[in-house]
Design a protein around this ligand. Structure first.
Ligand code: FPP
Length: 250
């Protein structure tokens, strides 16, 4: 689908909760790992397309801190697939100008996965087109709590107790993670945020689709971007038309 110039989506910050891999597989009588494998193919497609659309930042929820509750065999499969993705895709990411980083805890990740992440992060550090953030062992509440502890310590040191400064510093601390999200997409039919980028999504446009992640393709991504561009973002203000008619009656 060819978007008009005004809808090229340059500079947007998009976040995706990639849900539905397991159900996609179950419906085909396949093991859950087949769903995750198909999910990786979807990641590859959507990252390519995000570059083509000029998206500035794409944050993908790959493994939440609560996902440790899954069976060990499924966790192993997810990390195996992630490691293979990093090993096979880093050069392509580099060529397309993608800078890859992960957010979330690193201390509980399997060591070989961590090594592959570090290699991919340093190999793609100069990427200027798309900032691809992969959320791994990620919990937004934990991120906010950690950032709050850091900011509280800094403010105590400089003797300030201003709530505005606290909020500003907290936002800056969290900008390093997800940045302020413009559009948050969740595939798989559920309508919840599951502890993902809670602070950063304060004014995000939310889009929930029944499409399972392995089936989410370029057209679905474009449809989501079109829906985003149709919405009027008011950030707590008034609709533009109301403001214009108010101004003309003054
Ligand atoms: C949600 O589907 C998906 C996951 C918890 C894992 C997704 C992770 C990957 C595809 C690897 C990501 C890799 C990169 C490179 C970003 P689900 O299993 O919860 O699906 P269900 O709700 O249908 O059971």
């Amino acid at each position: 689908m060819k978007l008009p110039e005004s809808m090229q989506s340059k500079g947007l910050n998009v976040a995706i909760i990639m849900d539905g891999n397991g159900r996609w597989a179950a419906r085909r009588g396949l093991p859950r790992v087949a769903g995750h494998r198909a999910g990786i193919a979807s990641v590859r497609r959507i990252v390519e397309h995000a570059v083509d659309r000029g998206i500035a930042r794409l944050t993908l929820y790959a493994f939440s801190s609560d996902n440790w509750r899954r069976p060990a065999s499924e966790i192993q499969s997810i990390f195996w697939l992630l490691r293979a993705f990093l090993r096979l895709e880093t050069q392509r990411l580099l060529r397309r100008g993608v800078r890859l980083q992960t957010i979330g805890r690193r201390d509980r990740l399997p060591k070989p996965v961590l090594r592959e992440i570090e290699k991919a992060e340093s190999a793609t550090a100069t990427g200027k087109c798309l900032h691809l953030c992969v959320a791994l062992d990620y919990s937004s509440q934990e991120s906010i709590a950690r950032a709050a502890v850091g900011v509280t310590e800094s403010l105590t040191n400089i003797g300030s107790s201003s709530l505005d400064i606290f909020k500003l510093m907290l936002t800056q601390a969290l900008m390093m993670e997800g940045g302020e999200v413009d559009l948050l997409i969740r595939t798989g039919g559920e309508k919840r945020l599951s502890d993902f980028l809670l602070w950063e999504s304060a004014y995000a446009e939310l889009l929930f689709t029944d499409c399972m992640w392995p089936e989410f393709d370029k057209n679905d991504f474009d449809a989501a971007l079109e829906e985003f561009h149709r919405r009027e973002r008011r950030f707590g203000g008034l609709p533009t038309a109301t403001l214009q008619s108010a101004a003309s009656t003054v």
